[in-house]
Design a binder for this molecule. Structure first.
Ligand SMILES: C[S@@+](CC[C@H](N)C(=O)[O-])C[C@H]1O[C@@H](n2cnc3c(N)ncnc32)[C@H](O)[C@@H]1O
Length: 248
């Protein structure tokens, strides 16, 4: 399962990610109210969740990775905010019947949904559990970008005490909008490798039209922007952010 060993290092790789700014901008987009019932899907280590709880009284946050959630629960113990964050180990498609006003999937969680059937079933579920006028806010890989620009292999190093952790990502195009990223993690100390593991992430990019078709009759597109500045999306933007509104 992905994000198992990776969970130990995940927050270090994204130490500089602007979680606070992203939630602030999402608030500008959708205007959270204290009493909103909010569901976050693919919450990972909870970095968005802990920002989001500043705007609402209670959040349910789910992730299919137990290890990512256990990192999130460790951080929850340390925070002072006494408002309620409920973490659950759950797959998006297996949601129950509890109702929400807003559903969020942030940092390309939606791009892990590669299968059309899965997406249609998930959108149907979202539609069922959203209150009237409910919103889905999510970001994903933008096909207009991936068609135009070749995605590059990546390599990053981080340091944890005496250890150096190197993450190398090799990208392969499976189909025109499906990508295989083979991550290799090498952990070393004093030039000696002490641990090594691999993860394969299969990701999908989407066009606006794809999402229109997959959410047909259930949702209408309210916004399509880039999350780093809330400006109009262009083919030069790798990451797209969409707000869908439930059709009642
Ligand atoms: C790139 S991480 C993002 C984590 C977190 N949102 C953040 O911004 O740091 C993607 C997360 O989505 C979770 N995920 C992927 N597919 C999922 C699904 N179908 N149901 C629930 N969680 C899922 C993964 O386990 C992982 O924790």
């Amino acid at each position: 399962m992905n994000f198992e060993k990776y969970a130990n290092y995940y927050d270090l790789f994204y130490k500089k990610k602007d979680y606070k700014g992203e939630i602030k901008r999402i608030h500008k987009l959708v205007n959270f109210k204290k009493k909103d019932k909010v569901l976050e899907i693919g919450c990972g280590t909870g970095k968005h969740t802990f920002e989001l709880i500043k705007y609402v009284d209670e959040i349910d946050a789910i992730d299919k990775s137990k290890k990512m959630l256990s990192q999130a629960k460790k951080i929850r113990k340390k925070i002072r905010n006494k408002k309620k964050i409920n973490f659950y180990n759950k797959e998006a498609i297996k949601l129950g019947s509890k109702k929400y006003d807003k559903i969020l999937l942030i940092f390309h969680v939606f791009s892990y949904f590669i299968d059309n059937n899965y997406i249609v079933k998930t959108f149907k579920k979202f539609h069922k559990i959203l209150n009237s006028g409910g919103l889905v806010i999510f970001d994903y890989w933008n096909s207009d970008y991936t068609k135009k620009f070749k995605l590059k292999d990546s390599s990053r190093e981080i340091f944890l005490n005496e250890n150096k952790i190197k993450r190398s990502g090799k990208i392969e195009i499976r189909k025109k909008n499906i990508f295989k990223i083979e991550y290799s993690f090498k952990i070393g100390r004093n030039k000696k490798t002490t641990n090594f593991f691999k993860e394969t992430h299969i990701m999908r990019s989407f066009k606006k039209k794809d999402i229109m078709v997959l959410s047909k009759n259930l949702f209408s597109i309210k916004k399509l922007i880039k999350l780093d500045n809330l400006k109009k999306l262009s083919s030069k933007d790798f990451s797209a952010c969409m707000v869908l509104k439930k059709i009642d």
